[in-house]
Design a protein around this ligand. Structure first.
Ligand code: GDP
Ligand code: MG
Length: 443
């Protein structure tokens, strides 16, 4: 798995730091020293490591002891922020200009160009593009065939014409794609086993002919520092608009990913995570940094929550919440959405270590509370849920009896509901940004 050993080492370091109670400069320095070793061992460029840790140290010591966070959480948060900054802004493909927009893939032999062309074709098609591919790697006859097979599998047309040199072939391919009404054309090019002059000249010639919207360097993350050096070499002679790091599914020296952006100045746009056609992810620095630190996949949790929510209904709900109209019916719906996300234990597992342990409940207890809250809400009439102000003592007794709970528990639920309503009102005044799609069920 990606970054397994780096993540394991970092977690040990944070565990160790967590055992020391107060924020002491010496402890922070010792932790940073160990983090430095772990990063270097994962093959992160030494200058990148150096700059990163200086900034982390400055952040942590500059903040001073936090009342809310433990020293280990403080270092973790600072390291996360600096990792995200080092990884760089997430960048998307920029497809503009007349159609078809050419996207050129370059890289050494075996880096994953051809495979990535197919993955990208699939990805782009999923976004409504009409994709063509051009087999411009005529170094090895098998390379053309490989792309043609992939094209057949994906039902994406592949252009090839024997007897043409790559620049002419590329130009002819773009013309054919245009005539066929394609919107994007992916160009698979030749690689060599190492960077050399003839290769760069060929790529430059192609680049001049077709003026690609994107020229993406495909680099094998498993080769660690080597991948960074190669990227630097390509960037020096060819105008690169993005990087695709392949084989990020391997554990070995994934640290290349961390240095890439800082060393080359070129943004990472995608990462390849396997041999399958769907093993291509848009590059998300935040997510990658969390993964490196073993913070759990908070984003995937949010995604799950989003998927569980009926969007249109959620839209209306947010609108009402903004106006401060949050009824017990909305509350019941929120609880249901949390339940839709799956067993609560799983949901909590997905949370970052710090957050998970901040919740003072074991999963079983949380699950039971949720079930109880739902039972209470179900024992109310629709009128009561919409107008909670009618809930007097006798109604509460009836509800408690009906749900197998006590009046205290009914009151507790009502308190939670009121707190939440207050919170939404405040948020609503500041605008509903950030509210959409979040489950609010946790008391
Ligand atoms: P090219 O010479 O640059 O065109 O490289 P290929 O696309 O032919 O890929 C070389 C090898 O790397 C093939 O065996 C691919 O299946 C494999 N490969 C490509 N991308 C990935 C990836 O993201 N993960 C893994 N595990 N293998 C990959
Ligand atoms: Mg190839």
């Amino acid at each position: 798995m990606m970054f397994e050993s780096l993540t394991g080492r970092l977690q040990e370091i944070f565990k160790d730091l967590a055992r020391r109670g107060k924020l002491r400069e010496a402890d922070v320095d010792e932790a940073l020293r160990q983090i430095r070793l772990a990063l270097l061992e994962a093959d992160v460029h030494y200058q990148v490591v150096k700059g990163l840790l200086v900034r982390v140290r400055g952040r942590v010591l500059g903040e001073g002891a936090s009342r809310a966070l433990s020293p280990s959480q403080q270092v973790l948060r600072a390291l996360h922020a600096e990792l995200v900054a080092t990884l760089g802004e997430p960048e998307r493909l920029r497809l503009s200009g007349p159609k078809p927009r050419p996207v050129m893939l370059v890289g050494l032999q075996g880096s994953g160009k051809t495979t990535t062309a197919a993955k990208l074709a699939r990805w782009l098609r999923g976004r409504g593009e009409r994709v063509w591919m051009i087999a411009a790697d005529i170094q090895r006859p098998a390379a053309v065939e490989q792309l043609q097979l992939l094209g057949e599998e994906l039902k994406v047309p592949v252009f090839y014409q024997a007897g043409l040199e790559p620049p002419e072939l590329a130009e002819a391919g773009v013309a054919a794609a245009r005539a066929a009404g394609a919107s994007v054309v992916l160009l698979d090019t030749a690689g060599r086993s190492q960077l050399d002059e003839p290769l760069m000249q060929e790529l430059q010639a192609i680049h001049e002919r077709i003026a690609p919207s994107e020229s993406l360097l495909v680099a094998d993350a498993m080769t660690g520092q080597e991948a960074v050096n190669i990227a630097r070499g390509f960037a020096a002679t060819l105008h690169l608009t993005g990087l695709i790091l392949t084989k990020m599914d391997g554990d070995a020296r994934g640290g290349a990913a961390i240095s890439m952006r800082a060393v080359t100045g070129v943004p990472i746009k995608f990462i390849g995570t396997g041999e399958g056609r769907d093993a291509l992810d848009a590059f998300e620095p935040d997510r990658l940094a969390s993964r490196i630190l073993g913070m759990g996949d908070v984003l995937s949790l949010i995604e799950k929550a989003e998927a569980a929510i009926d969007l249109e209904r959620a839209g209306k709900q947010v609108e009402r919440l903004r106006k401060g109209e949050f009824t017990l019916e909305d509350f019941a719906e929120q609880l249901q959405q949390v339940r839709n996300m799956g067993p609560l234990g799983k949901v909590l597992e997905l949370m970052p270590a710090g957050m998970g342990s901040a919740l003072p409940v074991d999963h079983g207890t949380a699950e039971r509370q949720l079930v109880r809250a739902q039972a209470i809400l179900q024992s109310m009439t629709a009128h009561e849920r919409r107008h909670p102000e009618v809930l007097n003592a006798s109604r509460k007794r009836r509800i408690a009896a009906g749900s197998g709970t006590t009046v205290q528990e009914v009151n507790q639920l009502l308190r939670q509901y009121k707190q939440m309503r207050k919170l939404f009102k405040r948020m609503g005044k500041r605008g509903a940004k950030g509210m959409k799609g979040m489950p609010f069920g946790f008391g």
